[in-house]
Design a protein around this ligand. Structure first.
Ligand SMILES: Cc1cc2nc3c(=O)[nH]c(=O)nc-3n(C[C@H](O)[C@H](O)[C@H](O)COP(=O)(O)OP(=O)(O)OC[C@H]3O[C@@H](n4cnc5c(N)ncnc54)[C@H](O)[C@@H]3O)c2cc1C
Length: 301
């Protein structure tokens, strides 16, 4: 890895970056060591330039949305973390909304409401970007990205641009084809339906209230720690195992919703990882169910 040459190319091309940037400042868990280089991309051209440089100088690249589904290593992330949150344009054309992938899901929900478009209300309160949402096929309250996305534009680390239709995205429960390839989603096309302003707002309000009531939003977390095992609820299994309030270091199983591991008090990645392992073992021995994490671990082992 020739980091100095990579940084020089970024500088020469006016691409903003920070060195040794703490990832705990960029994750909803407020956990994570330093990224060697933290790049804020402004547009597709910058992305293509930085990927070409990363290839030439052998620098690994990790794509970051809002960091709301990540557990980042205390040892940080090698190479470049590329933050897309500044690529956040949103355009409305009739019943279609076209977003740059760094747009926040909540901002798109508000835009949909302002244009009396219904279908996105479920995503109001999911604290990620449109790109991260598609990558994860984010969903809640009976709907998911799969139901409203029609197309996405992407680039590849080799500098190719392309588009993909919904049927090729293989969207399933918290999964997509983007987990299996290295494509970087740059734009997402939603197809919504005409609705009533007031009803859309009422639905959004209702779902936010439900989140506030049920979820430990007062603590940093990465949302549901585990995927829903078929036929069960992760939170219920964890609760049945008596683990609500279980603490390891600064990490704790929420007392409000057992499906959330929270950063209760200055937790680090090690604390969370040990708590996750503990929960998985206890639930497996008590209920015979193997919990799989929804949260994605990133960084140096
Ligand atoms: C309080 C709370 C509540 C939550 N509630 C929900 C919920 O109800 N439903 C739900 O599904 N999730 C929920 N989440 C989890 C999380 O918000 C979603 O998974 C979200 O879609 C992640 O988006 P992000 O931009 O933060 O992605 P990140 O966490 O930054 O990244 C997640 C993955 O996506 C990849 N990625 C991000 N952007 C791109 C891109 N443009 N191209 C290619 N890959 C990309 C990253 O490399 C990474 O592998 C919740 C999280 C929190 C903290």
């Amino acid at each position: 890895m020739q980091l100095d040459s990579f940084k020089r190319t970024l500088g020469e091309n006016g691409i903003d970056f920070l060195l040794n940037e703490p990832m705990k400042n960029h994750t909803s868990f407020k956990i994570g060591g330093n990224a060697d280089v933290f790049v804020s991309a402004r547009d597709e051209e910058q992305l293509l330039t930085l990927f070409a440089a990363a290839k030439e100088y052998d620098v690994p690249v990790f794509i970051l949305g809002k960091g709301s589904n990540l557990l980042v290593s205390d040892k940080g992330i090698e190479g470049a973390v590329v933050y897309l949150g500044n690529m956040d344009g949103i355009t409305v054309k009739g019943e279609e909304i076209i977003c740059e992938s760094g747009a926040s899901l909540c901002a798109v929900c508000v835009k949909a409401k302002e244009n009396s478009l219904t279908g996105l209300e479920f995503a109001y309160g999911i604290p990620g970007t449109v790109g991260g949402g598609l990558y994860m096929n984010a969903g809640a309250y009976g709907s998911e990205m799969k139901n409203i996305v029609v197309k996405a534009d992407y680039i590849t680390p080799d500098g190719c641009k392309g588009s993909m239709e919904l049927e090729d995205m293989k969207l399933g429960y918290r999964t997509s084809v983007f987990k299996l390839n290295e494509k970087i989603i740059t734009r997402v096309y939603f197809k919504l339906k005409k609705g009533e302003d007031k009803e859309i707002q009422a639905k959004m309000n209702e779902l936010i209230s439900r989140r506030k009531e049920k979820q430990p939003l007062e603590y940093p977390s990465a949302g549901s720690t585990f995927k829903r095992p078929e036929g069960y609820f992760a939170g219920a299994l964890i609760q049945q195992s008596g683990l609500m309030g279980k603490r390891i270091g600064g990490a704790m199983v929420s007392e409000k919703h057992a499906g959330f591991v929270i950063n209760y008090e200055n937790a680090n990645c090690e604390d969370v990882t040990r708590l996750i392992d503990y929960i998985r073992q206890k639930v497996l021995s008590d209920s015979g169910v193997n919990l799989e994490t929804e949260v994605i671990f990133v960084g140096r082992k």
